[in-house]
Design a binder for this molecule. Sequence first.
Ligand SMILES: Nc1ncnc2c1ncn2[C@@H]1O[C@H](COP(=O)(O)OP(=O)(O)OP(=O)(O)O)[C@@H](O)[C@H]1O
Length: 275
Amino acid sequence: MNTTAKSVKRVQFDHVSLTFGTPKGPLKVVEDVTYDINDGDFIAVIGPSGCGKTTMMSMLAGFQKPTTGKVLFDGSPVKGPGPERGVIFQEYGVFPWLTVKQNIAFGLQLKANHVAASEREQICDHYLDLMGLSDFANSHPKHLSGGMRQRLAIARAYAVKPQFLLMDEPFGALDAQTRANMQNLLLGVLASEGKTVMLITHSVEEAIYLASRIVVVTARPARIKQIIDVPFAYPRDESLQEKPEFGELRSHIRELVMSEYRAQQAQMRPVSFSE
Ligand SMILES: Nc1ncnc2c1ncn2[C@@H]1O[C@H](COP(=O)(O)OP(=O)(O)OP(=O)(O)O)[C@@H](O)[C@H]1O
């Protein structure tokens, strides 16, 4: 989204593969993935369920290490999690023993995030308000709905203003209206703060609406099937979704993803003797 800094490489997936050891033997989940993420890019990753998208993101977050190949962040191999990479994973990251407000404040208190004590209160209130959680500031997460807990996880990640956001299906559990609100809010946050984003989604519409580039991955093991530049300028609004070009791109990407679902189904189908 930051067009002036497009050429600065933030992330390199360089021939990355990952195989898990499982009781049934090795399970290859990511295979020979190579692509770059530049400063200001918004990358959406889309592909069949269980294909390896989260695993790919986990290597950039620093939760998993590649079996072969390299994941570089600002030119250095990723060795673990870091404050410059804010993570919103599915069902990840709210502390049940802290209140809503304390959850948002938690990251702000970490030394690595360099937020002065005087600013914390104001930042917490801002994100409570933005996420519609002000009335629940002193509640514990167990008293929130699933969608509210997810908004809290998003608030926590936004509050520390990481340069790089890693988001794994962040809006998947939300109802349609809240999801649309959260998408527009994210576009607003990006426009004002100029972040770089990697987002995993199952929604083709969400990928096109938000991303500058879409990485379509294959059925497991996740390989790159196609990388698509999204040809719509920012700022974007919901009228974009009514344009014929949006519909054409949606059909193209749906077909790519569906062909991988079919490949996955074929892999899973038991072989009969008549075949
Ligand atoms: N730590 C692990 N050990 C063994 N297998 C794992 C591990 N983590 C993930 N897997 C397996 O790797 C495969 C890919 O999982 P992953 O979560 O990366 O897929 P995904 O594309 O993100 O799925 P979804 O879209 O459903 O969230 C799955 O078959 C999963 O069971």
